[in-house]
Design a protein around this ligand. Structure first.
Ligand code: NOJ
Length: 595
């Protein structure tokens, strides 16, 4: 191949340059682990009520083992009124009856461990449910009381105190403050409150924010960590890890907050724009006085010590929508957390230059602190990548898709999703998979609005579709009611007809299926040590600006994000390909070659 200059200037990405060096030194398991996210209510239903549960997860552990993942992360299954699908926790030390019992959890954990897989659980420390005992106590107590001090209660502004304490907006839409009802002797009659206070909720009004400056809040959560560590969990995914400390004085802020920052506007100007930031930013960072305050790091240093007292390299992974990547890397300094989801990568559109930029910036930032990068393409909060990449503009990142919106090209989305996943799994570091992506599952993009449940849909008065479309129950069996989600065919959200094609049972053993592609990729990744390998950009393939070309150990990864086929180097053994290849690499295809 010719080695002409790429058409997109990439000053910080000299082709031929090594941007990350691998290592065979002994390392903690999470540094290169592939971790599978289970969203319990939609994974598998054991009891037939149409909602997934922990026995359902246990029944599918062999699927995960067969897939070859190292660990499983479970979204919340704790006691909760389910106003935000369990991210509104009423009791951090118990399983919601909807999902089973603590004994069911122990059985599932043992089953995973027996199969050599680790288990990470979700911790939701920024807020509790309004049904949590603490919040109920706060409602019954007087302003200024220790019970109220656990949350962010404030007097209102204005002469009558009837304006919110500041102008913050909830991430789900609407104001971030709710005023207690008049005579909010609320839960009890002990106290008569002439001018009711307001409480802060960055999310739904049923999710009051805790005040993390309070020592009691800190010690309670350290106990919660120990409760699950004692049960044997291998780590925690920390919800809104960048939100627990707010700027002093809670100053007004006029910026925009959203579930996925930069969403809905279709602005992917960072992609091929030669002036795009070399720091890899894509607009995925939450901003404002409620996010990424320096004080959060003190909490993680404390938690690091709690985990370090246990054997087995327990870990913390940050859900922190923070940019630039150098700022995100502060969460994974050696004495803090261990991983942080790379949302800049997730929100990069289908653009080779932008991907090279974000990948290089990720290693630059994390190598600085000695932490692995943590790749992710889908989760329960974003449009599945098999759909995102098939939208008319693959650069947009909407908060859900309405039936009335322009619909994705399903075949194109799947082809790109397979290529994107094979590229991701060829990169050194850890990677998270979201349940169903191993089946190539698309988003449900034609859900009737009547069945939507995401509070984000309601709090925006229906302006945003919300996240239900990526949370639809999984198809396990093509010819069973509910595609085998559970024994009765009931599913808490309707599945689209297309899910029959994606059912796990029709994919097992079919070498062209997405499941078998993922299985082979995880197998090869492990055999070749790619997770702890290095990354060198390949100059030989740089004639195509639309090709991401890299070498990781003895494997060359080539991803063609353009629309025209690219000639493959002669004489290379093809280890894996996301689609058919011959002497050329077709559009929207990734290949792994023996170097
Ligand atoms: C992030 C979680 O991933 C999301 O699902 C949830 O709604 C918010 N945090 C609030 O807990």
């Amino acid at each position: 191949m010719a080695t002409t200059e790429p058409t997109t200037p990439t000053t910080a990405l000299p082709l031929g340059a090594t941007v990350h060096v691998g290592s065979d030194a002994a390392r903690e398991w999470w540094r290169d682990a592939v971790i599978y996210q289970v969203y319990p209510r939609s994974f598998a239903d054991g009891d037939g009520d149409g909602i997934g549960d922990i026995p359902g997860i246990t029944s599918k552990l062999d699927h995960l083992k067969n897939l070859g993942v190292d660990a499983v992360w479970l979204s919340p299954f704790y006691r909760s009124p389910q106003k935000d699908a369990g991210y509104d926790v009423a009791d951090y030390r118990d399983v919601d009856p909807l999902f089973g019992t603590l004994a069911d959890f122990d059985t599932m954990l043992a089953g995973a461990h027996d199969r050599g897989m680790r288990v990470i659980v979700d911790l939701v420390p920024n807020h509790t449910s309004d049904q949590h005992a603490w919040f109920q106590e706060a409602l019954a107590a007087a302003p200024g009381s220790p019970e109220r001090a656990r949350y962010v209660f404030r007097d209102g502004r204005g002469p009558a105190g009837d304006e919110p304490p500041n102008n913050w907006q909830s991430i789900f839409g609407g104001p971030a403050w709710t005023r207690l009802a008049a005579s909010s002797t609320a839960a009890g009659d002990a106290y008569d409150e002439p001018s009711p206070q307001w409480y802060l909720h960055l999310f739904d009004s049923s999710q009051p924010d805790l005040d993390w400056t309070q020592p009691e809040v800190r010690s309670e959560f350290e106990d919660v960590l120990r409760f699950w560590l004692d049960r044997g969990v291998d780590g925690f995914r920390v919800d809104v890890a960048h939100g627990m400390i707010k700027a002093d004085g809670l100053p007004d802020w006029d910026g925009h907050v959203a579930m996925v920052e930069g969403s809905s506007d279709g602005d992917d100007a960072q992609a091929t724009d030669p002036g795009a930031p070399e720091d890899g930013s894509t607009g995925a960072g939450n901003q404002g006085p409620m996010f990424d305050q320096d004080g959060v790091h003190e909490i993680y240093r404390d938690w690091h010590r709690v985990l370090a007292a246990y054997e087995g390299d327990r870990c913390l992974v940050a859900e922190a929508w923070v940019e630039p990547l150098s700022r995100l890397a502060r969460y994974v300094r050696p004495d803090e957390m261990h991983q942080a989801f790379n949302f800049s990568f997730l929100t990069t559109g289908w653009d080779a230059a932008a991907l090279r930029r974000v990948v290089a910036a990720s290693y630059r930032a994390n190598d600085e602190v000695g932490a692995p990068t943590t790749w992710v393409l889908s989760n329960h909060d974003v449009v599945r990548h098999a759909t995102r990449l098939g939208l008319p503009d693959a650069g947009v990142r909407p908060n859900g898709v309405f039936a009335t919106d322009p619909q994705p090209d399903e075949e194109l989305g799947l082809r790109r999703a397979r290529a994107a996943s094979l590229l991701m799994l060829g990169l050194p570091g850890s990677a998270y998979l979201y349940q169903g992506e191993e089946l190539g599952l698309p988003e449900h993009t034609t859900l009737p609005n009547e069945v939507r449940q995401d509070p984000g849909h309601f709090r925006t008065d229906g302006a945003e579709a919300g996240r239900d479309g990526c949370r639809v129950p999984l198809p396990w069996q093509a010819d069973a009611p509910g595609y085998g989600f559970g024994p009765t065919g009931a599913t808490w959200l309707p599945q689209p007809d297309s899910y029959g094609r994606y059912a796990a049972d029709v994919q097992y053993g079919d070498p062209t299926s997405t499941f078998e592609l993922y299985r082979a990729a995880l197998d090869t990744r492990r055999a070749e040590g790619l997770g702890h390998g290095g990354l060198t950009w390949l100059a030989d393939h740089a004639d195509a600006a639309d090709v991401v070309a890299l070498r990781n150990r003895d494997v060359v990864v080539l991803a063609n994000l353009g629309s025209t086929p690219v000639e493959l180097p002669a004489g290379h053994e093809v280890l894996l390909a996301s689609g058919p290849v011959d002497t050329t690499l077709p559009a929207d295809t990734t290949v792994w070659l023996r170097a």
